[in-house]
Design a binder for this molecule. Sequence first.
Ligand SMILES: Nc1ncnc2c1ncn2[C@@H]1O[C@H](COP(=O)(O)OP(=O)(O)OP(=O)(O)O)[C@@H](O)[C@H]1O
Length: 297
Amino acid sequence: MTTTTATQQQPGQAARQSVLRASGVTKRFGGLTAVRNVDLTVDSGEIVGLIGPNGAGKTTFFNCLTGLYVPTEGEVAYKGKVLPHRSHLVTQAGIARTFQNIRLFANMTVLENVLVGRHTRTKEGLFSALLRGPGFKKAERSSEERAMELLEFTGLAEKRDHLARNLPYGEQRKLEIARALASEPGLLLLDEPTAGMTAGETSATRELVLAVREKGTAVLVIEHDMRFIFNLCDRVAVLVQGEKLVEGSPELVQADERVVAAYLGTPFEGEPGEAEAAEVREAETRGGDETHKGGQA
Ligand SMILES: Nc1ncnc2c1ncn2[C@@H]1O[C@H](COP(=O)(O)OP(=O)(O)OP(=O)(O)O)[C@@H](O)[C@H]1O
């Protein structure tokens, strides 16, 4: 299948194309259904957020999108083509990702990490890249310029020769993004990119993600930091117990009581009864009177 879907066109904007279309994705682990019948789309130029309480199925869903897991049911298409269940083929097709836990090559330099990220766009394979054979060295020369552009883009150019393990945490996260971008993706998936970051680092990550979008890469991001998500995303989907509960603009999602309940838990079994409400009102009146009396004494 090679169709692409054009969606709403804003005046003065290029027509949006469907980048990602996940349809009816279900993933079961034995008796546990971690993701149930989830549909999700991302269009070109969009930043979409995926949120949900711990254990909601967000990472499992990401793993189904990137070929790490084979969905029990459903399919995932990138730019209209159904993706195979092999992560390197998914990367080759145009989807790159970062992980919840940093997965850099700690003893390689910053530049080398980005060059390894380019292996899907060169004839050389990952092992050749890691072993730094002659083929890799040739590909490396032609890739180095692009890798340096990405280091400039992420603000890491001056650290090109530093070992990845010696970078501060926030810069390691940036390097992961630079490495993911090295495969020239049309869609970047970020799994908790601000976990463990300071407020300053989180704000720099927001700027970086907006710049990624400006460069023409759509973004799907999982994050627990609500402020980050609501300030960044065009659209937010909420997963709860493996199912998509709500999807819409940040304003719509924030205002949805079901989302609040999913995060905070429901305070009462059903609505509070009139007896409980009367008790609260009486206690408030009593408290008010006593404060008033106290003030006169
Ligand atoms: N490989 C696996 N085998 C069995 N169960 C799994 C596996 N991976 C995830 N699960 C279960 O699937 C459910 C969803 O987990 P998942 O990690 O996808 O949630 P999450 O929303 O990403 O959570 P968090 O926000 O805590 O990272 C959980 O109940 C988890 O224990």
